[in-house]
Design a protein. Structure first.
Length: 277
């Protein structure tokens, strides 16, 4: 019996990937901010329209690092409608997730519920762009500014998503991407943090490499969550395929909407105004 999967990973051809691997074998540099790691960061900044990006070995560790780099303590308002990594990342940092309800139209965190959940222990808001539909950033940021809260977006589903021709990854203090094999764009495993300043990127780069300033000096308590060269090469080989892959997904979505339009009890998440999904 033929297996029908929910989705299949985006795979570059072996012919396209092999030259990268041959060059890695020639360089004998497999990890620790190698050539392809640096190149992928640059290419992703250009493609996504962001200033600074720090690659991680997976999206969960990127989320964990985002909490650490902002030195959060106390409670974080977030959504119950997400993969477990969103709340796990908080609890791994000894932060308390405070769940508020979601909008029935988008499944995103409902800003109208945030204020009632704020206490003197609240330090941040962690919304999720569910299925790539952007959150109501303006409303969330207005609340964050009023109560002096940090905003970290879990943008695991929002690779390449734009609102009014601007990347949603530029919202908030930090945005986190997942490059897991199930995502539209992947590095097999992988993730990234998008930030706004070179100083923050430098901190994140230290944090994912044990906090090293040099071979003999440490300035941060860090972990080992670096992306390796094989993952980076896979990501570079896949980057040229992503636009076509997204178009194909849009065609599939259109077919589902057409075929199921008259089925009682089924409704669809519609594309939001001004959004390039």
């Amino acid at each position: 019996m033929k297996q029908i999967t929910v989705t299949t990973p985006l795979l570059p051809s072996l012919e396209k990937l092999t030259p990268y691997l041959e060059d890695i074998w020639q360089r004998k540099w497999l990890t620790n901010n190698g050539y392809y790691h640096q190149l992928l960061e640059k290419e992703l900044c250009d493609y996504l329209g962001v200033k600074h990006i720090s690659l991680f070995s997976n999206g969960t560790l990127a989320l964990v690092a985002a909490m650490q780099v902002l030195e959060l303590k106390g409670e974080v308002i977030t959504t119950p409608y997400s993969f477990v990594a969103t709340s796990h990342s908080l609890m791994l940092n000894n932060l308390t997730p405070v769940f508020v309800d979601v909008e029935p139209e988008t499944f995103n965190l409902d800003p109208t519920n945030i204020v009632d959940a704020i206490t003197d222990k609240t330090c941040a808001i962690l919304p999720v762009h569910v299925y790539g539909n952007p959150c109501d950033h303006q409303a969330i940021q207005t609340i964050a500014d009023k109560y002096d809260l940090k905003v970290i977006y879990d943008a695991a589903h929002a690779f390449g998503v734009k609102k009014d021709d601007c990347s949603v990854l530029n919202w908030g203090d930090l945005s986190i991407l997942s490059f897991h094999a199930t995502k539209a764009y992947s590095t097999i495993e992988g993730g990234a943090i998008i930030c706004h300043t070179p100083e923050m990127k430098q901190k994140l780069d230290k944090l994912k490499n044990f906090g090293f300033d040099s071979e003999t000096e440490l300035s941060l308590l860090g972990s080992n969550s670096k992306m390796n060269e094989i993952q980076a090469a896979f990501g570079l080989a896949s980057l040229g395929l992503i636009d076509d892959a997204i178009k194909k997904r849009q065609q599939v979505a259109k077919k589902y909407r057409e075929a199921l339009a008259d089925v009682s009890g089924i409704r669809f998440l519609n594309d939001l105004d001004g959004v390039s999904p």
